[in-house]
Ligand binder design. Structure first.
Ligand SMILES: Nc1ncnc2c1ncn2[C@@H]1O[C@H](COP(=O)(O)OP(=O)(O)OP(=O)(O)O)[C@@H](O)[C@H]1O
Ligand SMILES: N[C@@H](CCO)C(=O)O
Length: 318
């Protein structure tokens, strides 16, 4: 189901000569993606992932691919995009934008232990610091402006009590975003979707972050909140697991110390991280894209997490 645009060895044999990768030896579609057509590509020089982008355009892609290249060049574990002989990272294949990146070793860790959370926390801090001098800017396209655009479209579908929760939370986040405290937070490029299925592990060793296509510039703390809200919870209840939270935050703090302003903002940001995915899931659920083939993710998962973060104090940031 996941390969929307088929690609054969014949299709790439000529196309790939613009990349310094030698002859292609094998190509195999990857079943698990839902957004793009992905392939494992073996060439004379090694193993790579070829992606044909089904939704993002030639204009949108450079922000993401240049960011991955920038991070990879600074030792952050991410797939490194391979430039062609003109230095381009995005090249047309079957009329659609495509790229080749290095293949990460391992698989996703879907039942993380504290040791995995510590690896993620340390690498996330490293990524934030390495992104500081990334020259391109794009806002988080699923940030406050998007919440204001999406909420009126989903509210008519919602029962009164949950609609009130959504309205109140957006208002609460609005006033926080205007506060002096918010302005003190460090900002930069963030992944913004660093869920368990977007990180690769080889045993207990993290081998890479991937799927950067929600990345944008936002507060670093928002990225930490999104990551904790997925990696450090009991999936059935949304309740934070203190051992995993501590492992992730302590490892992050060792690489890039949190600030007092971040400490004060922590609970609010955990709520923002929950709101962001509650709203996007509500939107995908009630207003699915045309020809959407997917079963949408369950919005109530993040509604539960939001209520939990409103009602229960999280472990301190440091
Ligand atoms: N650089 C990489 N190295 C190794 N495996 C990769 C790499 N990039 C992607 N994969 C594999 O391909 C699968 C699909 O990739 P990805 O999650 O990016 O799909 P997508 O369709 O682009 O997005 P979505 O997460 O929305 O499904 C991943 O689960 C992973 O197993
Ligand atoms: N991580 C998102 C899906 C988009 O990558 C979610 O769980 O809603």
């Amino acid at each position: 189901m996941a390969v929307f645009t088929p690609v054969s060895l014949d299709d790439v044999s000529q196309w790939i000569t613009q990349f310094p990768l030698g002859k292609p030896v094998a190509i195999k579609g990857i079943a698990s993606g839902i957004e793009n057509s992905n392939f494992f590509l073996t060439t004379e020089s090694g193993e790579y992932v070829l992606t044909i982008f089904e939704n993002l355009s030639f204009e949108q892609l450079p922000f993401y691919l240049n960011l991955m290249r920038h991070l990879a060049d600074r030792g952050v574990a991410v797939p490194a995009p391979i430039p062609n002989d003109k230095g381009e990272l995005v090249v047309a294949l079957h009329g659609k934008p495509a790229s080749i990146v290095t293949k990460l070793v391992g698989s996703s860790q879907l039942s993380p232990q504290p040791v995995h959370c510590a690896e993620v926390g340390a690498m996330l801090a490293k990524m934030h610091v390495a992104g500081l001098d990334y020259p391109a800017y794009q806002p988080n396209l699923r940030g406050l402006d998007w919440w204001h655009w999406a909420a009126p479209q989903v509210l008519p579908f919602m029962p009164a009590e949950t609609a009130t929760l959504l309205r109140d939370e957006i208002q609460f986040q609005d006033s926080y975003a205007k506060s002096d405290l918010y302005k003190k937070l460090q900002q930069g490029p963030v992944h913004a979707d660093l869920f368990r299925n977007n990180v690769m592990f080889d045993g207990e060793k993290l081998t890479g972050f991937f799927d950067f296509y929600f990345a944008g510039c936002d507060t670093w703390l928002f990225d930490v909140a999104v990551t904790v809200n997925d990696w450090c919870i009991d999936l059935d209840t949304g309740i934070l697991d203190t051992a995993r939270v501590r492992a992730m935050l302590d490892a992050y703090h060792t690489v890039r110390p949190f600030t007092a302003a971040e400490q004060q903002s922590w609970q609010t940001m955990l709520r923002a991280g929950a709101l962001r995915f509650w709203l996007s899931r509500l939107y995908d659920f009630h207003l699915p894209r045309e020809a959407e083939m997917l079963t949408p993710h369950d919005p109530t998962h993040f509604e539960r997490i939001l209520r939990e973060r409103i009602n229960v104090a999280a472990p301190a940031l440091y």
